[in-house]
Write a protein that binds this ligand. Structure first.
Ligand code: FE2
Length: 151
């Protein structure tokens, strides 16, 4: 394996990690969308839906980017959960606990995205880098919103 192949493989590995954490976040958003209770039900129920809907499209594009650069995409709930590094929240968690939990999950995705971006930069893979800059903006916006909710 030459140096460029090694760098490309690092991009693939980092993208696979990002698919796992992004997918796990989507699952947690769903769980919270379904189970959130209390005064903020309507706003949080809708906000979580908006986030998982956006992520559903995005994670498909990230997985397909892996295929486009020669790797295989990870999949399956068990494998993704194991790879993701994202904890699962209790079904009966409070709204505030859910928001704090999702905030942490978005931050984990952001750190995975940052690693892809760094590796893609080294590999001169501008398309992957560009995709990750877009993901960074989306997750940073979510972090801002969830942080603001918590006050
Ligand atoms: Fe729904």
């Amino acid at each position: 394996m030459n140096q460029q192949d090694k760098m490309n493989q690092q991009v693939i590995d980092a993208l696979r990690q990002t698919v796992a954490s992004t997918y796990a976040l989507m699952g947690q958003l769903h769980l919270c969308h379904w189970n959130v209770r209390g005064n903020s039900f309507f706003s949080l129920h809708d906000a979580f839906q908006a986030q998982y809907t956006e992520i559903f499209t995005a994670v498909d594009e990230i997985a397909e980017r892996i295929r486009a650069i020669g790797g295989l995409a990870p999949g399956g709930l068990g494998a993704l959960a194991q790879m993701s590094g994202i904890k699962e929240i209790a079904e009966d968690a409070t709204a505030d606990q859910m928001v704090a939990h999702l905030l942490e999950a978005h931050q984990k995705v952001l750190s995975d995205v940052a690693i892809v971006r760094e590796k893609a930069g080294e590999a001169k893979d501008l398309a992957t880098e560009d995709m990750m800059i877009g993901r960074k903006q989306v997750h940073q916006k979510a972090v801002w919103m969830l942080t603001s909710y918590l006050g």
